[in-house]
Design a protein. Structure first.
Length: 437
């Protein structure tokens, strides 16, 4: 081979090697933090023309409505959410609410539906300046397999969260889950734009972007929202329910004085029914809602009766100082004292919580004195990224499994079978159980 050919070959191989190293570095979940920092710095300093800052994040509220939030770096004309289903003959256009957070954060929110029982729902943000691609929401039939990603407490731990997300992405591959059950504390500080970008939106976008087409069933945590319910409050991305109860409830003084909260709702996932509660805001209205929902035919006739609430009824790990001296042991007492007996009375199968940053799971017998004499399972899944809780403060002698590291849960619900698997970031199974009827 001629010298010039050898040189050319060597140069080509060197370029390929450098490209391969660069690709490997950029794919590393920890490095992506740097990529997001640079990207957001460019947007913050107006060095890029108007663009999407946050592509749509989809939430599910009730059985046939979706809430979508997105954000641009400038006011975006008159955007619409264009949506349709596989059963519909024409498309529907829904106008969003606009909120100017600051000069670089222009937030839009819309609720669309009802979508009926269609197996596929499609939507896109449509605007002459800023349009998205078309997203497809897959909705399995009631008795078909529903795959639910369960996670909580990625707050303040973006680097760990990225590792958990990378594992999730590998686990599901192209078969993205049908729903995400986020059991709260998605950010550290609800009023901090930086926290929302760095701790939730950027990691989700960088690693798969499943939030665009997989709806999140959102369970509010104590860090996610300001307790007041006012227009233009500091709930930058969690005031979705203002829209649902817009004019009537925002004018209600009970809303303004902080005693009236409506994050709670119920949703069906296949043959399961999930009641979502707001752990931070006990109120007569929420108690009334809970009792009503527990007795409802939708809940009682469901194969699997699930309650999702951020603060668990039984916490065993916390910071001993804040637990004992700062009174945080009393924080969720109402859940254990008031709600838990109701869970038992009405035959709840599974209570899913976060808040405590590790994994625990217990299946206990309801025992005498309750209406039903069968098991109830409590699961704590607070390991999506936040700093771990490693110190024991209580011992209820009830948990079968305790795992003190980051993790996520794949929850598969198919007709009469519920399959729960907790996995860590090394792809090991931490815990597994099946409920079969
Ligand atoms: Fe929490």
């Amino acid at each position: 081979m001629k010298l010039c050919h050898r040189r050319f070959l060597l140069l080509t191989l060197s370029y390929m090697f450098v490209f391969w190293v660069l690709l490997a570095v950029l794919r590393n979940p920890s490095i992506q933090t740097f990529r997001s920092i640079v990207g957001n710095w460019i947007l913050d300093n107006d060095l890029y023309p108007c663009t999407f800052r946050k592509l749509p994040m989809l939430y599910q509220h009730g059985d046939s409505h979706y809430f979508v939030v997105w954000e641009t770096t400038c006011p975006s004309g008159d955007p619409m959410v264009e949506w349709w289903t596989s059963d519909m003959h024409s498309h529907v256009y829904t106008e969003p609410w606009y909120r100017r957070i600051d000069a670089n954060h222009h937030r839009y929110t819309a609720i669309f539906g009802p979508t009926g029982n269609a197996s596929n729902v499609f939507y896109k943000v449509n605007n002459y300046r800023q349009s998205t691609q078309q997203y497809k929401i897959h909705r399995p039939a009631k008795h078909a397999l529903h795959r639910v990603l369960v996670m909580a407490d990625n707050q303040n731990g973006p680097s760990n969260f990225r590792k958990v997300l990378a594992r999730i992405s590998k686990f599901y591959g192209s078969n993205t889950p049908d729903s995400i059950l986020h059991v709260g504390d998605s950010v550290q500080t609800a009023r901090s734009l930086k926290d929302w970008q760095k701790q939730l939106f950027s990691p989700m976008e960088d690693i798969g972007g499943m939030q665009h087409r997989t709806p999140t069933i959102f369970v509010p945590g104590n860090h996610d929202h300001d307790k007041r319910r006012k227009p233009n409050n500091s709930n930058l991305y969690t005031d979705m329910y203002h829209g649902l109860f817009d004019s009537e409830d925002l004018g209600n003084s009970a809303v303004v004085d902080g005693k009236y909260h409506r994050f709670y709702h119920s949703v069906s996932v296949g043959t399961a029914r999930i009641i979502v509660l707001d752990a931070e805001c006990p109120s007569a209205e929420q108690s009334e809602f809970l009792e009503h929902e527990l007795q409802s035919p939708e809940f009682q006739n469901a194969e699997f009766k699930i309650v999702a609430i951020h603060i668990p009824p039984y916490i065993e790990f916390w910071d001993p100082y804040t637990w004992n001296d700062k009174g945080e042991k009393h924080w969720g007492e109402h859940i254990r004292i008031e709600y838990d007996p109701m869970f038992r009375k009405y035959g709840v199968d599974l209570v899913i919580s976060g808040h405590q940053h590790n994994y625990q799971r217990s299946t206990v017998h309801r025992g005498p004195g309750y209406e039903r004499d069968d098991p109830i399972t409590y699961a704590i899944v607070g390991g999506a990224g936040g700093r771990l809780d490693l110190r024991r403060v209580e011992d209820y002698h009830m948990y079968n499994v305790t795992y003190l590291d980051h993790h996520f849960v794949s929850l598969d619900i198919e007709s009469k079978r519920l399959h729960w698997v907790a996995r860590n970031i090394a792809d090991e199974t931490v815990d597994e159980f099946v409920l079969q009827h």
